[in-house]
Design a protein around this ligand. Structure first.
Ligand code: PHE
Length: 351
């Protein structure tokens, strides 16, 4: 083929393509034109390109240059047509866009009331020098019971009171811990005391906040999952007076700012029993003219200190555990714990 003929063919193809692109009235028409001219397999440009092989070899460089220029021009007119259609299709028409109209309000998310309570507790305990730590929710026998001085015969281990993952038997070991005893969803955050003391030498000053699980039927005050805050301080010469001051300072700063609790916060200890503390107490605070129970506490039992390799002659400690839901519910006058977990945004948006 002569160079002249090749160039003429390219020029007429360019003219056809340009008018097809600029005449396309919508996206479908433009796409059809694109396939016709620029299609990678059967496009007309591709067909003309094949003719280049028959151009005299001396003219090949000139033919190649012309081909590239035409190809670029066709692609550019396609782009131009494409952006013309895009701006025509847009709903924002420069002329009748009223910038004074109010915008569409964004719905801002917020933290769950339990998360807010937890963050606040962590912050207060942080100021008292307690650092926040976490522990696993699936626990083994040692951390949930054994090291907490809860012997094999103790009723706290009852399968009706715990979510065991499986009953490990001689043949079936699935769901069993390193000791071959069944794993369970932790029933209390006291497990974290053991984990921290096992891995750190005294002194220890921590709080742990997290979920615990007990097979209670859900009603207004029970739910099979809830949250606890656990505190632990172990050092030389720690006494029950330290426990009482820390709890009082905590309650004072937690409740001081709440509406309906202008009075000074007092706390009261009632004798109680926990396997892992000795002596043990229930803790109450004054609340709207009466007393409200907020949790359990006590001096860490020497058996627990020994179980983690501490020397009870050297160090002593206190521990306490409180229910986060109970405290949040009292604070916000929430009467049904289930409201906290139904995730109805009309309820959650109030906090
Ligand atoms: N773990 C106890 C409970 O779940 C609370 C507690 C924690 C009591 C620490 C004493 C010391 O009821």
């Amino acid at each position: 083929m002569a160079l002249q003929d090749f160039i003429a063919e390219l020029d007429s193809l360019a003219a056809d393509a340009q008018s097809a692109f600029s005449g396309a009235g919508d996206r479908d028409a433009l796409e059809a034109a694109r396939v016709e001219f620029l299609g990678a397999k059967a496009g007309r440009l591709k067909a003309v390109q094949k003719g280049m092989g028959t151009v005299d070899s001396g003219d090949k460089p000139a033919a190649g240059q012309k081909f590239n220029a035409v190809k670029k021009a066709i692609e550019e007119s396609f782009e131009a047509a494409s952006s013309r259609l895009a701006s025509a299709g847009s709903s924002v028409n420069q002329d009748d866009f009223d910038v004074t109209l109010p915008g569409t309000p964004l719905r801002i998310g917020r933290l769950h009331p339990i998360t807010q309570t937890i963050e606040r507790m962590k912050e207060i305990m942080g100021r008292l020098g307690f650092s926040a730590v976490e522990g696993p929710e699936i626990e083994d026998d040692r951390h949930n019971f054994e090291a907490l001085n809860i012997p094999l015969s103790h009723p706290a281990r009852d399968p009706l009171d715990n979510f065991y993952l499986s009953t490990a038997t001689k043949t079936a070991k699935a769901g069993a811990g390193p000791d071959g005893k069944p794993l369970l969803l932790r029933s209390q955050t006291s497990t974290v005391q053991i984990r921290v003391m096992e891995s750190t030498p005294p002194p220890v000053r921590i709080v742990s906040l997290g979920r615990v699980y007990r097979p209670d039927t859900a009603d207004a005050t029970h739910y099979p999952m809830f949250h606890q805050i656990e505190g632990l301080l172990v050092d030389k010469g720690v006494t029950m007076a330290d426990l009482k001051s820390v709890l009082r300072m905590f309650c004072q700063s937690y409740y001081k700012r709440e509406a309906g609790h202008e009075e000074e916060v007092h706390i009261r200890f009632r004798p109680s029993f926990f396997p892992f503390t000795e002596p043990s107490v229930e803790v109450d605070i004054n609340w709207q003219g009466g007393w409200m129970e907020i949790g359990g506490a006590g001096m860490v039992d020497p058996n627990v200190l020994r179980a983690v390799g501490y020397d009870p002659e050297e160090v002593t400690g206190f521990a306490f555990g409180m229910g986060v839901e109970r405290i949040a519910m009292r604070q916000h006058n929430i009467t049904d714990i289930r409201d906290l977990y139904t995730n109805d945004v009309r309820f959650l948006a109030q906090f």
